[in-house]
Design a binder for this molecule. Structure first.
Ligand code: USQ
Length: 394
């Protein structure tokens, strides 16, 4: 299958290009290297050193025996999107070309506007491009479990049936996002749903949980094939940050009481799920939603897991509670379903400890890179718009 990855240079995109190519797909990618720039803007860097794109493409060719078609440019530019779709004629597009950070979107007005316009415009351009150039193409769009928020009910996959005043209908499940970033994903979902309806497009909207992991098997031992792993307050996700903290003996930074719950999955599982979505397209005109995660944990549970595994490796790691810079519920009900991917053959990795252990050992090699920027581990971007390092609560 011919598959275009929008945002191929990022954490998921670079991994997915390898995962799909290893399974016989013809893969192309586009990127403008925004992720590299955002992390630099925050005076940080990836814990795992990443090669420039030229070296990545060379390594890709040597390792997989085939070229990764690559376009450098801005997906907000419709002419650029048109050019790629005309030249490559993809059967599926995996759209990872958005800004993925809640804290980054909360910094100030310019960051909020940037995240929303970037995320909404790129999706619009792909939708119009598909309509006009390749209307059979399946759009697989990365949304987020954070679109739903933490309602006091079960969370279905996108839609639910409701009876109101004696009449029954099927509605999109209410979205209660928790940051300007998460709202950008909600707006994208609405636009895709509408485009499928009026133009008969096909799309899968992936409500993904928090991803963690340093590698997938396809990367082998080639340093140039490794994907990035961020540990700053905006682009480092929670387990990845905890593991980076553990390898330098920094206290694990649990925000608030740590009772907030999220869905999590390994990088390998994320690749498997996205591939299942691509290889099993919906019907023409169908807009479907997949909830994509393996396990639900509270943040404290995760911190204790990382602490325990680090202790097994002989490292002394403390778990600390910090003022929560975010506005989010601490104690809440959380019971999302994820049946659609299971029906397609997804077997979630439940051995989170094994994955954390691999991560800790991988990251040990890069401890000097993390230690050199350890002040970045304490967050300062607050949901009320102020910028001040948070305090330790214990
Ligand atoms: N958290 C801590 N300590 C930290 C970092 C985070 O306690 O050092 C807590 C946060 O308060 C939050 C939870 O961990 O309650 C998750 O935070 P995160 O930064 O790992 O994830 P989040 O901001 O929700 O966003 C990430 C990705 C985003 C994706 C989302 C899936 O950056 O692209 O959409 O996970 S989900 O969380 O299900 O919405």
């Amino acid at each position: 299958m011919k598959i275009l990855i929008a945002g191929v240079d990022g954490y998921l995109g670079w991994s997915l290009a390898q995962y799909l190519t290893a399974r016989g797909h013809e893969v192309a990618g586009a990127d403008i290297f925004f992720r590299r720039q955002w992390v630099e803007e925050l005076n940080s860097w990836s814990a795992v050193p990443i090669a420039p794109i030229e070296e990545r493409l060379q390594a890709f060719k040597e390792h997989f025996g085939t070229k990764l078609h690559f376009w450098q440019g801005d997906l907000r530019d419709y002419a650029f999107v048109e050019q790629i779709l005309r030249e490559f004629q993809p059967e599926a597009i995996v759209h990872l070309g958005e800004c993925p950070s809640a804290p980054y979107s909360m910094i100030d007005v310019s960051h909020a506007v940037f995240v929303q316009t970037n995320n909404i415009t790129t999706t619009f351009n792909l939708l119009f491009g598909i309509r006009d150039i390749c209307p059979q193409t399946h759009l697989v769009k990365l949304g987020t479990m954070g679109e739903y928020g933490t309602p006091n009910t079960d969370i279905p996959e996108g839609f639910f049936e409701i009876e109101y005043n004696g009449r029954l209908d099927r509605f999109p499940f209410p979205r209660q996002a928790g940051s300007w970033y998460h709202w950008s994903k909600v707006h994208g979902s609405n636009n895709i749903m509408f485009a499928c309806k009026i133009w008969n497009l096909r799309a899968t909207d992936i409500m993904q949980g928090v991803v963690f992991g340093t590698r997938i098997d396809e990367m082998g031992d080639d340093q140039r094939l490794l994907t990035r792993l961020d540990f700053d307050q905006a682009f480092g996700t929670v387990i990845n940050r905890f593991c980076c903290q553990a390898v330098i003996g920094h206290p694990l930074t649990v925000y608030g009481q740590g009772s907030q719950k999220r869905g999590f999955l390994t990088l390998k599982d994320s690749m498997h799920c996205l591939t299942l979505a691509v290889e099993n397209p919906p019907d023409v005109g169908e807009y479907r939603v997949f909830n994509q995660f393996a396990n639900v944990f509270s943040i404290t549970e995760l911190a204790l897991k990382v602490q325990r595994i680090a202790q097994n490796l002989g490292w002394d790691v403390k778990v600390c509670h910090l003022e929560n810079p975010r506005h989010e519920l601490n104690e809440h009900y959380y019971n999302p379903t994820h049946q659609h991917l299971l029906d397609l053959g997804y077997c979630p990795t439940h051995d989170v400890e094994a994955e954390i252990s691999i991560m800790l050992q991988d990251l040990w090699k890069y401890r000097d890179r993390i230690r050199a920027n350890k002040e970045i581990l304490i967050p300062e971007f607050r949901w009320n718009g102020t910028k001040k390092k948070v305090k330790f609560l214990d």
